[in-house]
Design a protein around this ligand. Structure first.
Ligand code: 5GP
Length: 191
């Protein structure tokens, strides 16, 4: 998605530790019109896949997942990282190591919202080492739900998880794939 690549080039910054900061339009501040364009592009890619639910993990995946859910006309579920008092006792869980926070946390989805009748699209803002996506895939397996594929805004191709998942036959669509980045430049994979 050319518009996303351009926004990364003009508004993104590269932080130490191979972290791309896109807080100005995707993470902390969300460009509302642009996020809907991302949602529509994801819906265009997966429109024939009979998706019944979009699944992400809080918090940075939520905006994109909601935009995709709106465009696909299906509910969006987000896995919670923090148990709250109103969380049902019956949950699917998985342990996930966070790339940006450098800690392992448990994600949970209430069993009420996922079932074996579902065909699910996993959505996230970034794909780096693939821990978040693999945790969400474990939750789908537990629920007996079908994985239709993954839709990612920004894949960091140099970290390899996208290609590993593709090699396993999983459909992974990333709207921008960063193959290399330094303080001064970001190089995208031609797709
Ligand atoms: P993974 O689990 O694939 O290693 O990392 C994906 C998760 O880590 C995403 O949900 C995203 O929130 C976060 N993440 C990974 N790399 C980056 C990055 O370069 N920039 C930002 N903003 N978040 C990242």
């Amino acid at each position: 998605m050319k518009a996303l690549e351009e926004k990364i080039l003009t508004e993104g910054t590269v932080l130490p530790g191979n972290v791309l900061k896109v807080g100005g339009f995707l993470n902390q501040q969300i460009d509302s019109d642009f996020i809907m364009e991302i949602g529509k592009e994801i819906a265009r890619l997966y429109e024939s896949e009979h998706i019944t639910r979009v699944l992400t993990v809080e918090s940075s995946g939520i905006a994109i997942a909601v935009a995709a859910g709106i465009a696909l006309h299906v509910p969006c579920i987000f896995a919670k990282k923090h148990r709250s008092a109103n969380m049902p006792r019956e949950v699917y869980t998985a342990s996930v190591y966070s790339y940006t926070h450098r800690e392992t946390y448990e994600i949970a989805v209430a069993k009420d919202y996922l079932s074996s009748a579902d065909r699910v699209l996993i959505v996230d803002d970034f794909l780096a080492n693939g821990n978040a996506v693999r945790g969400l895939m474990r939750i789908l397996e537990d629920a007996g739900a079908q994985l239709a594929g993954c839709a990612i805004a920004i894949e960091k191709g140099f970290q390899g998880a996208g290609d590993e998942l593709r090699a396993k036959g999983i459909r992974v669509e990333s709207l921008a794939i960063v193959d290399a980045m330094t303080d001064e430049s970001v190089r995208f994979r031609a797709q």
